[in-house]
Write a protein that binds this ligand. Structure first.
Ligand code: TMP
Ligand code: ASP
Length: 247
């Protein structure tokens, strides 16, 4: 279908959301802007929007095939996707298979520790507050979603992790951790929203044991390692190679 781009509804750090002629749907544009540490570090990375849009579309399609509800409907162009218009739940749901990042900064757990079962943490999505981690009691106090929905969010996140971990393993990539966001769609159903890309996942190349060279995600930008776009290209290349094998 040919969607017409209407007014800007929302602009975030990495995406813009536009209305279209169908009230229950939106156009999401993936920008080249890169930010880290709550936007204290900023840059523009040519080609990042296209790569994140295509990677996210492929992963949302995979999840839908496996029965996970997502906001994704179809790709509109190389940098735009069509999605259901959702009511965003202000939570960042992080699941970790291997310890690194903030977990190792905030606890004595050493880098590279295998986390079994995977560690799931909820953060309150609020840039001004720096997305603070939530305790169970603070989560209840905030009353953002029902107890039932929280349980659903946890269950879906663990299923997404199982699906993606197995999938990336087949592409010789370790899925270290990732962040999901959720929303409710126009019929009130809980769906996975936002994006799933090297901006919000950590991927390590199984074929490389060098702790810096193996990084194929936004940590290359966060840690000034260079080769950001090459890393994102590599993720898309492996996904596309896999889908051409499947057809
Ligand atoms: P962390 O180790 O910095 O807490 O990050 C855990 C995962 O969440 C990692 O895959 C990167 C992702 N993430 C986001 O997508 N957005 C954020 O704002 C942060 C802090 C992390
Ligand atoms: N997305 C966050 C920011 O832009 C942090 C991060 O991904 O490291 O600030």
């Amino acid at each position: 279908m040919n969607y017409r781009q209407r007014e800007l509804i929302y602009e975030g750090k990495a995406k813009r959301v536009f209305a279209c002629e169908i009230p229950d749907r939106v156009l999401i544009e993936f920008k080249n802007d890169a930010t880290a540490f709550n936007a204290q570090k900023r840059s523009e990375i040519d080609g990042k929007g296209r790569l994140n849009c295509k990677i996210s579309a492929a992963l949302f399609e995979l999840l839908e095939l496996k029965g996970i509800p997502t906001h994704f409907l179809e790709l509109h162009s190389e940098t735009f996707m069509i999605a259901e218009k959702i009511k965003v739940i202000p939570l960042e749901v992080v699941i970790r298979n291997i310890a690194t990042g903030s977990l190792c900064k905030e606890t004595p757990i050493s880098q590279g520790t295998l986390l079994t079962p995977p560690l799931l943490d909820l953060y309150y999505k609020d840039d001004e507050l720096g997305d603070p981690i939530l305790t169970e009691e603070r989560l209840k106090l905030l009353d953002l979603v029902s107890v039932f929905e929280i349980e659903e969010i946890r269950k879906i996140t663990r299923s997404v992790n199982n699906i993606l971990k197995e999938y990336f393993d087949s592409l010789d990539l370790l899925l270290v951790d990732f962040k999901l966001e959720f929303g409710t769609n126009p019929s009130g159903k809980l769906v996975v929203a936002d994006e799933i890309s090297p901006d919000n996942c950590r991927f390590w190349d199984k074929k490389n044991s060098d702790p810096k060279e193996r990084i194929l995600d936004k940590d290359r930008f966060r840690q000034d390692l260079g080769g950001v776009i090459d890393a994102y290209e590599e993720i898309l290349k492996r996904i596309e190679k896999d889908s051409s094998r499947a057809t």
